[in-house]
Structures are given as structure tokens and as C-alpha cells.
Design a protein around this ligand. Sequence first.
Ligand code: 2P0
Length: 335
Amino acid sequence: MRQAAVRAHTNIALIKYWGKRDEEYFLPMNSSLSLTLNELYTDTCVTFDETLEADLFYLNGKQQSEQETVKISRFLDLFRKEANLSVRARVESINHVPTAAGLASSASAFAALAGAANLATGLQLDDQTLSMFARQGSGSATRSIYGGFVEWNKGTSPTDSYAIPVDDADWDIGMVIVAVNRSAKKVSSRVGMKQTVETSPFYPSWVETAETDLQAIKEAIKERDFQTMGEIAEHSAMKMHGSMLGANPPIMYFEPNSIQAIQCVNRLREQGVLCYVTMDAGPNVKVLCRLSQAKQIKEELSKYFNEEQLLVTGPGEGIRELTKEEVTAYGWKRS
Ligand code: 2P0
């Protein structure tokens, strides 16, 4: 038996990834840039066990359906192929995402699974290669290998599309997450992006401007120019949603309470608090802010949202192996 356990944090894109040019290898239409978050992460233990006849997948202690397990098996096959292994595995994952946050994330899930599979197979892939493996589980997982601000370069082929760390975000940066609605999204990212690429007349402008936005936000991060960074991030998110609204049939993730949160942020900004909105493939609103001002922003938002709907987080680190004590604390059987 070979076993390893790894923690990966989720990330929120400031320059969004929206659209694939290759669905088999998860190659994106545009490069993207994200911030890894401290409070939201997944811990995953992978145990290769000769006595198993099939892969097993447990999430938060519950064995998952065949449909969910197949996704994990296919992903593990990438590692088995590379390591020339045929042994089946038990995968145990715990999502540390506050239940109300509604942010169950494939980014931290596949980054943690990639990290644990890498160690358990003994492959010793470097972070760059690991990022490319994670990509083939879920696009956003490409970026969760690293902490802080991370760029995912779209690359030119399956072997050069990976993430690189841009800045450790060790300055006054944070996010307030507004969990508008925790129920499952109506249109998955995968389906939503495909529909946008194929039918939205706005999509070519999305791709074109994403590249210029990326260069501009990297410059702003380098200069630690929070205002410019926030303005570019908010603009990128709204352009992505604009391209979705132009799809046929249209894709709309906004809900009335999303707009309420956005208007609250706008009012705070009018009062001189620098904070900016970003949204992904769902109604939840993420407010990019100075971590030192997050409490004040949360207080304003709490006029409209419950305590359980609001979460403050700072930047998170890249993947790391869990300690023996952490593995034991979960009650995972040690091999
Ligand atoms: C992002 N999103 O950059 C963008 C912005 C949602 C909106 O990556 O099909 O779960 O597994 O590659 O990564 C969510 O989509 O999609 C996502 P797949 P993924 O974070």
C-alpha cells in the first residue's frame, strides 16, 4: 500500500477562464489569473491498495456514486499510466468549505487529488507538471497548485498549458465571500462555457480583451496598485457575464441578491472604501478588498445577509503534504 495526503486551497479568478479550445485536454481559449484563498480548501488522502478491485471515493465521509467515482478514476488513470501502475485506490476527501458558502470547488478538489496521487505513486512530478495534470481534472485546478496570485498560461499545446506563481500576495489583500445561494448551479461551468463559445457574438471580444487585461493586472500586482487591480478584475468578471448573456439561449447566473450585494459594494466605494466585485458560474458574489477593511465591508453587507452567508478570507498557500498528525486526526487508516 502506498498512501499520501495533501491539502489544496481553492482560488478565485480575477481574470477569468471562460471557454475551451480543446475539451479533451482542457486547453483554455484565454490565459487567466487568480488569487488562492486561505479559508477554503480540500484535504485528500490517496491509498493505492492491491486488495481493491475498483477505485473507491469518499467525500466528507460518504461514499460517492459511481458517476462521481468514474471522474476520480479517469483522473487517477493519468498518474497510473505515467507510473506504469494498475493498482486501484481509495480516495478520501474532506472539503473545508463552510457549508453555507456554496462554493464546493473542483479547483481545490483536483489540485489536492493531483498532489496526493503524485506522492502516493512516487512519481515526484514537479509543480509545473502537476499543474498540467490538475488541469485535466478541472481547468481552475491548474491554478490551485500555487499560493497567492497565480497565472494560468493558455499555452500552445497540452504540454505547455500550466500555471505559474506571480506574487505571494503577502500584502493587504482579502476577499469577502457573499453566499447568495448555496443550491447547485443550474448550468454547469462546463456546459455554460461551451454554449458561450459556440453561440455568443460577444465571445471573440472576451478572448481578445482577456489578454490585454491579463497584462494590465500583472503590472498592477507588480506595482501593488490595489485600485487598478480591482478595477480590472471587476471589469473582467462583468465582461465574462456579458459574453454569457449574449449566448443563445442566454446564460444568467445573477440572482436578485447578487445585485443587492453588488449595489452594496458600489455604495461602499462611493464612501471611499476600495472594494470590487467578482462573480463566477453562480450567483455568489466575491468582494476583493484590503484584508484590513474586510471587517468593515462585512458589517455593511450584514445589513442584507446573515452571518453564515458572509466569509472573510486572506490569501492562501500552495499545495502541501498533510502531517502524520493531521492524517491521524481525520481517522484515515494509515498504511
Ligand atoms: C475561473 N470558472 O477562472 C472560471 C470563471 C468559473 C468562472 O474555472 O470544465 O470547474 O472543469 O475546466 O474549472 C469554473 O470552471 O471548469 C471556472 P472545467 P471549471 O475560475
